[in-house]
Write a protein that binds this ligand. Structure first.
Ligand code: FUC
Length: 752
C-alpha cells in the first residue's frame, strides 16, 4: 500500500510523515532541495510547573450556588476570575527544526516519483537528470532510534550536496569531526514558564566514495557514489517532573550503535519491527481504477470517483500514523501526532482531552495495535498523580484526582483557556475509559491491578465533589460544561451536562467491576453503586432528541450545529445507549445527530462517522466517510484537515471504518467477560465485496470476515481468552463458547 505523487511537496501538508513514535520527520522530496522537518516528542516549551490556582476552592461554594440558582453568567465570570489555571494556557509542543539539503546536479528532471510505502514505512524519491537515476530513501527506525536517509545514483560519483540546519529555536550549530552536524539548543519559554529542556539533533554523514568538507555551519559532500545520513535527536526530558537527562550522551550512544550496522541491516531491522505491528491487519475493499492515479488526485476527485480502495488506504494510513506516533515508551500522539513544524502550533499541539486525545486512541484496540495505547495509559497514570493537587487546590478534596479539558507534557491538570473550555472536571474520567477498555480486550488482571488506583482515584474525586441538584435530587457535576457548547444563557457553565452523567455512569460501573475482579474496596463499591443510582438518566427532549443538558435547552442553544456532539458519547465511544438494548434512546441520538447536521471539522466528522456506524446505518455512515475524504478535510498527504492539520480525524476515521465491518461490546458477568460481536453492522452498498483480517474484538477475539454482494460469506473467530460470545449478523444471532486458543468459522447463516 502506497501514497504516491508526481511532484515534490511544496507545502508541509504535501510532505510525507515518518516516525518511530518518538522521532518524526516530514520529507518534502525536492529535486534541487530537500527538507527534513524534524520532531522529537519530548520537545515541548517550558519546564515542570504548577498551574493550580491557589485559593480557587474558596470561590467554589459561591460558584456552585450561582449555577444551581441559574445565574450562569455570573458563575462564568467568577470562574474566570477565581478558578482558572495560572498561567491560563499550557505549554506547546515544538519543532526541533529542519535539516536542509541543496543538491548540485542540475538539468532537466524526468520520471519524478515520490512515495510513502506503508508496508515498509519508508519514503522513496526517484528522478532522472541527464540519464542519471537518483534515488533517495528515508525511514525512522524504531529499533535503532535514528532517522536514516540514503542518497544514491546509478552512476558513480554523482552524489553532491550541502547539508545545513535551520530552526526557529534558540540553538547553536556546530560541526564535529568533519562529518557530523550538531544542533544544540534550549526549548522555548511560554506563558512565563521558562524553557529548561536541553535538546540536540545530530546528523552524521557516512560516504561511499567522494569527500566531505566542513564549513562553520554546514557540510558539503562532493562526488560520492552514495551517502547515508544517520540523524539522532534527544532532549533532557525524563519525566514530567524531571529534566535531568543528557541529550548529547544519548545521541552519541545512539549513533555509535547505529554505525555498527550497514544500511541494509538498519533497513531490515526497521522493516521487520514495523511489519510486526502493521501486518497484523488486512483490509480489502476491492481494486478500483483510481488506484492508477496519484494519491493527491484521488483525494481531489474523491467525491465523484467510485474508489473504495481509497477507504482501505485511509484505514491503513491511519494505522501507520498510530504506529509512527505512539509506541511503548514514547509520549502519546498529540493533536498532530508527532509532526509539527512550528514553535507555536494551533492549540499548542497539546493533548485536548475533551475529545481529541481520546479519538486518537479509538482505533488502537480494534485495529490490533494495543501496544500503541501504552503511552496513553502511562499518561493517564501520570495525570492521576498531578491531578491530585488540582483536586486539592481547586476542589478541596483530599482523595482522588481530576484533569480538565487539556494536558501537556508537564501533565498540567487545572482548568485552562477560559470557563467555556476549561471548566470541565471530567477529562480525566473520560480517559479512564481507555484504561478499562484495554482490559476488556486483554483480560489481564495484573494489568488491571496496575491501573486500578488511577480508576479508583478518579471515581473518588467525583464521590467527593458531586452535588445534589435541587429539582430531582440527582447527583451532578457542578460547575461543569458540555464541551465547548453554549446553552441558551449564552455561556457553557452549567451543572450535570448529559456527557458528564454518561461518563460517570461508565466510570463508576467499571470501577465497581474492577474492584470485584481484584477483590478490593468493598465499601467504595457500595458508595459507587449508590451514587450511580442517583446520576441523572439520559433524557429525551421535546424534539425527540437526546438532551444535551439537564434542561431541554437544545433547540434554543446558540449553535445547534456545533461540532462537538458530547452528549452522544453514550452511544459511542460508550455503549450505554445501544440500538438493541435501548432503542428509544438510540432513536433520540439519531434525532440529535440530524439536528446537529453532518458537516463539521475533521474530528467532528470523524465522530459522526462512528455514531452513524453504531446506529447501524451504513449508508449514512458512508455519506459521512465521503465527507471526511474530500479535499477540504483530507490534505494531499492524507493528513486530516481540522483545518489546519489535526490528526484526530485520521484516527476517528479508522475507528469509524472499522465499525462499519465489526463492532464489539463486553459485559462482566459472575467475574467473567461475556462478549458481543456484530458482523457487518453498517456495511454500505458502496462496499459490496471485501474482507478484513486480524481485527480485535472485546473479550479477547481475533476476527476475519469475508463478504460478497453485500452478504456475509464467512466470519472466522479466534478466542484468545475462552470467553463466551453472542454473535449478531442482521436479524440472526448465535451464542458461541470457544476455549482459549480455539477457532470457529461461521457462514452467512451463522451456522458453523
Ligand atoms: C477542541 C475543539 C477544537 C479543536 C481543539 C484542539 O477544543 O473544540 O475544534 O479541535 O480542541
Amino acid at each position: 500500500m502506497v501514497l504516491w505523487y508526481e511532484k515534490p511537496a511544496r507545502e508541509w501538508v504535501e510532505a510525507l510523515p515518518i516516525g518511530n513514535g518518538r522521532l518524526g520527520a516530514m520529507v518534502f522530496g525536492g529535486v534541487q532541495q530537500e527538507r527534513l522537518q524534524l520532531n522529537e516528542d519530548t520537545l515541548w516549551a517550558g519546564g515542570p510547573y504548577d498551574p493550580n490556582h491557589q485559593g480557587a476552592v474558596e470561590a467554589l461554594p459561591q460558584i456552585r450556588q450561582l449555577v444551581l440558582n441559574g445565574e450562569y453568567r455570573e458563575a462564568d465570570r467568577l470562574i474566570g476570575e477565581r478558578m482558572m489555571a495560572t498561567p491560563i494556557r499550557q505549554m506547546p509542543y515544538q519543532t526541533v527544526g529542519n535539516l536542509n539539503f541543496e543538491f548540485t546536479a542540475i538539468g532537466e528532471t524526468a520520471d519524478y516519483h515520490r512515495e510513502l510505502n506503508l508496508d515498509t514505512a519508508t519514503i522513496r524519491v526517484g528522478y532522472k537528470i541527464d540519464d542519471v537515476v537518483y534515488v533517495r530513501e528515508v525511514f525512522v527506525s524504531p529499533v535503532d532510534q535514528v532517522i536514516v536517509m540514503r542518497l544514491s545514483a546509478d552512476q558513480p560519483g554523482k552524489i553532491s550536496f550541502t547539508a545545513k540546519y535551520s530552526t526557529p529555536q534558540t540553538a547553536a550549530v556546530s560541526v564535529q569531526n568533519g562529518d557530523t552536524l550538531l544542533l544544540d539548543g534550549v526549548n522555548g519559554s511560554s506563558e512565563g514558564i521558562e524553557g529548561v529542556l536541553k535538546f540536540q539533533a545530530l546528523a552524521r554523514i557516512v560516504l561511499q566514495g567522494g569527500e566531505i568538507s566542513a564549513e562553520e555551519d554546514s557540510l558539503t559532500v562532493s562526488g560520492a557514489d552514495s551517502a547515508m545520513l544517520l540523524i539522532a535527536a534527544a532532549t533532557s526530558y525524563v519525566r514530567y517532573d524531571d529534566v535531568s537527562g543528557d541529550p548529547k550522551a544519548k545521541n552519541q550512544a545512539t549513533i555509535n550503535k547505529a554505525l555498527a550496522k550497514d544500511y541494509g541491516a538498519l533497513l531490515e531491522d526497521h522493516v521487520r519491527e514495523h511489519q510486526r505491528l502493521f501486518h497484523r491487519v488486512e483490509i480489502d475493499l476491492g481494486r478500483t481504477k483510481a488506484i492508477n492515479l496519484p494519491t493527491d488526485e484521488r483525494i481531489r476527485r474523491s467525491e465523484e470517483l467510485d474508489d473504495p480502495a481509497l477507504t482501505a488506504l485511509y484505514f491503513q494510513y491511519g494505522r501507520y500514523l498510530l504506529i509512527c506516533s505512539s509506541r511503548p515508551g514514547t509520549q502519546p500522539a498529540n493533536l498532530q501526532g508527532i509532526w509539527n513544524e512550528s514553535i507555536k502550533p494551533p492549540w499548542g499541539s497539546k493533548y485536548t482531552i475533551n475529545i481529541n486525545t481520546e479519538m486518537n486512541y479509538w482505533p488502537a484496540e480494534p485495529a490490533n495495535l494495543a501496544e500503541c495505547a501504552e503511552p496513553l495509559i502511562n499518561m493517564v497514570k501520570e495525570i492521576g498523580i498531578t491531578g491530585r493537587r488540582t483536586a486539592k487546590i481547586h476542589y478541596g478534596v483530599d482523595q482522588g484526582w481530576t484533569a480538565h479539558h487539556n494536558t501537556d507534557i508537564w501533565r498540567a491538570t487545572a482548568p485552562i483557556d477560559g470557563p467555556a473550555w476549561g471548566m470541565w472536571p471530567t477529562g480525566g474520567a473520560w480517559l479512564c475509559m481507555h484504561l478499562w477498555e484495554h482490559y476488556e480486550y486483554n483480560g489481564d488482571l495484573e494489568y488491571l491491578a496496575d491501573v486500578y488506583p488511577t480508576l479508583k482515584g478518579s471515581a473518588e474525586f467525583f464521590l467527593a465533589t458531586l452535588v445534589e441538584e435541587p429539582k430531582h435530587g440527582w447527583l451532578v457535576t457542578c460547575p461543569s460544561i458540555s464541551p465547548e457548547n453554549r446553552h441558551p444563557h449564552g455561556v457553557s457553565v452549567c451543572a450535570g451536562p448529559t456527557m458528564d452523567n454518561q461518563i460517570l455512569r461508565d466510570l463508576f460501573t467499571y470501577t465497581i467491576e474492577a474492584s470485584k475482579l481484584l477483590n478490593a474496596d468493598e465499601d467504595l463499591r457500595r458508595q459507587l453503586s449508590d451514587a450511580c443510582e442517583k446520576l441523572p438518566p439520559n433524557q429525551i427532549g421535546k424534539e425527540g432528541q437526546l438532551q444535551e443538558w439537564l434542561e431541554d435547552w437544545d433547540m434554543a442553544a446558540p449553535e445547534i450545529h456545533h461540532r462537538h456532539v458530547s452528549h452522544l458519547y453514550g452511544l459511542f465511544p460508550s455503549d450505554q445507549i445501544h440500538v438493541r438494548d435501548t432503542p428509544e434512546l438510540a432513536a433520540a441520538v439519531r434525532k440529535s445527530l440530524e439536528i446537529r447536521g453532518d458537516d463539521a471539522t475533521g474530528w467532528g466528522i470523524g465522530w459522526r462517522l462512528n455514531l452513524w456506524a453504531w446506529l447501524h446505518d451504513g449508508e449514512h455512515a458512508h455519506k459521512i466517510l465521503k465527507m471526511l475524504l474530500r479535499p477540504s478535510r483530507t490534505y494531499p498527504n492524507m493528513f486530516d484537515a481540522h483545518p489546519p492539520f489535526q490528526i484526530d480525524g485520521n484516527f476517528g476515521g479508522v475507528s469509524g471504518i472499522a465499525a462499519m465491518f465489526m463492532q464489539s461490546r463486553c459485559k462482566i458477568e459472575n467475574g467473567g467477560m461475556v462478549a458481543e460481536i456484530d458482523l457487518l453492522p453498517a456495511l454500505p452498498s458502496a462496499f459490496p465485496n471485501g474482507s478484513i483480517r486480524g481485527f480485535k474484538a472485546k473479550g479477547g477475539y481475533d476476527l476475519d470476515i469475508d463478504w460478497k454482494d453485500g452478504k456475509l460469506i464467512t466470519a472466522k473467530l479466534h478466542s484468545n481468552l475462552g470467553n463466551p460470545c453472542q454473535v449478531y449478523y442482521g436479524d440472526m444471532t448465535t451464542k458461541i463458547a470457544l476455549g482459549a486458543g480455539e477457532t470457529l468459522v461461521l457462514n452467512g447463516g451463522l451456522e458453523k
